[in-house]
Design a binder for this molecule. Structure first.
Ligand SMILES: [Fe+2]
Ligand SMILES: [Fe+2]
Length: 401
């Protein structure tokens, strides 16, 4: 009887913060060069290296990115064990679990050369060497260091026959060089581009980009918990108001998520980013750059435009701080939703009539400016006038300046 061929499974782990096309190119390269049946993408809950900062995006969404990427190529599969485990995971624990789940498989761990060079510091590194083969990718400029890297390691540790593996009929473990195109895409560079509102189209799969752009991930490095909650609540309120006032709930929610994506960024940085994008900033905005975070978020939406409907989202987000005359329905929805939890306890308490609700927001914003003795933006006064705020209220605050 012919022995059944053992499956060959590649493992590509990482925080995938975010997943990008370089990961997929690497995985495909491993599949093709080493006749793998599949590559398992294994998102980590957190890096076991303490020196690394925690991922910016939660495990749940990084897992979703990986799933979206794998959905387009049957050769990839997703293993969510590390995310389920929650705590930082060690590769050896993952391998032990995967071996239990797949007793008929040989595993090929895809690692970077720098990670591989530090294998001695990995938990149970010796056991790992016995259990898996390593596919080590070369990095730009590392060819000449080979003697100290893969080659040296292979001679030292992996050259001899592994008796146990042979007894079990497994393929002998080894260290192989994974040659391929040198890919200059990195998650940190993508995060940096997104932070400055540049396009990353083509760097990440479209499904991943739409997830990133729906929630406005990677806008600021650290977002205060309260702000994140506010964005979540505004998204929910905007979706509810969209249903009430006849607009797309999905677009309204997206506007809610994105409107304050740059709110935690230092206002001076917001100002300089906008100006570096060639946008004109007026005098009132320059003196109160806090007003500008909506314009920056709109600029981000345009940079990574997902489709024609995005123009409406950008429009809603752009002037949510001041409002203006000629607001679209979506704009008014965001304008009102932003005040739910402040001027109204919840969406149910918002007046049924859209005009009444919008007018109330303008009045409230004028009252706040008056209390704090701040100058109103002309857009705010134009909008207030159009939505029927009493002239004495408008001219009262305008006269102060
Ligand atoms: Fe805002
Ligand atoms: Fe807000």
């Amino acid at each position: 009887m012919r022995k059944k061929r053992r499956r060959r499974i590649g493992i590509l782990g990482g925080t995938f913060d975010p997943l990008h096309n370089g990961h997929l190119i690497l995985g495909r390269r491993a599949i093709e060069s080493f006749s793998l049946d599949t590559v398992l993408l294994v998102p980590a809950a957190q890096s076991p290296l303490k020196s690394r900062r925690p991922p910016e995006v939660s495990g749940e969404y990084r897992l979703e990115m990986v799933r979206r990427a794998a959905a387009f190529d049957r050769r990839f599969a997703v293993w969510d064990g590390e995310i389920r485990r929650g705590a930082p995971s060690y590769t050896i624990d993952t391998i032990r679990e995967l071996e239990r789940e797949n007793p008929d498989a040989d595993f090929f761990l895809i690692v970077g050369q720098d990670a591989f060079a530090s294998l001695d510091q990995w938990k149970d590194g010796d056991e790992l060497r016995r259990r898996v083969s390593f596919l080590v990718m070369n990095r730009p400029g590392t060819e000449q260091d080979d003697a100290n890297g893969i080659g040296g390691f292979a001679r030292r540790d992996c050259g001899e026959t592994d008796e146990r593996s042979r007894r079990e009929g497994r393929e002998q473990r080894g260290v192989h060089k994974l040659k391929g195109p040198l890919i200059e895409i990195s998650s940190s560079r993508i995060r940096q581009y997104l932070r400055q509102c540049d396009s990353v189209r083509g760097w990440v799969p479209d499904g991943v980009l739409s997830l990133i752009e729906y929630y406005g991930f990677y806008a600021t490095e650290e977002e205060p918990e309260g702000l994140r909650r506010h964005r979540t609540e505004v998204a929910a309120a905007a979706a509810a108001l969209a249903q009430r006032w006849g607009a797309s709930a999905a677009l309204a929610a997206r506007a809610g998520w994105l409107h304050d994506a740059y709110r935690a960024l230092d206002s001076r940085i917001v100002l300089s980013l906008l100006e570096s994008r060639g946008e004109v900033v007026d005098e009132v905005e320059r003196n109160a750059p806090i007003l500008l975070h909506g314009r920056l978020a709109a600029s981000r939406i345009e940079a990574n435009r997902l489709g024609p409907r995005d123009d409406r989202v950008a429009e809603a987000v752009r002037y949510h701080t001041t409002g203006r005359s000629g607001m679209s329905v979506l704009e008014t929805i965001l304008f009102v939703a932003d005040r739910v939890g402040k001027d109204w306890p919840d969406v149910e308490a918002v007046p049924e009539d859209r005009g009444t609700a919008v007018r109330a927001v303008f009045e409230r914003k004028i009252a706040i400016l008056r209390e704090r003795n701040l100058r109103p933006h002309p857009r705010l006064l134009e909008g207030a006038r159009e939505w029927g705020v009493k002239e004495d209220i408008i001219s009262g605050i305008a006269a102060g300046w």
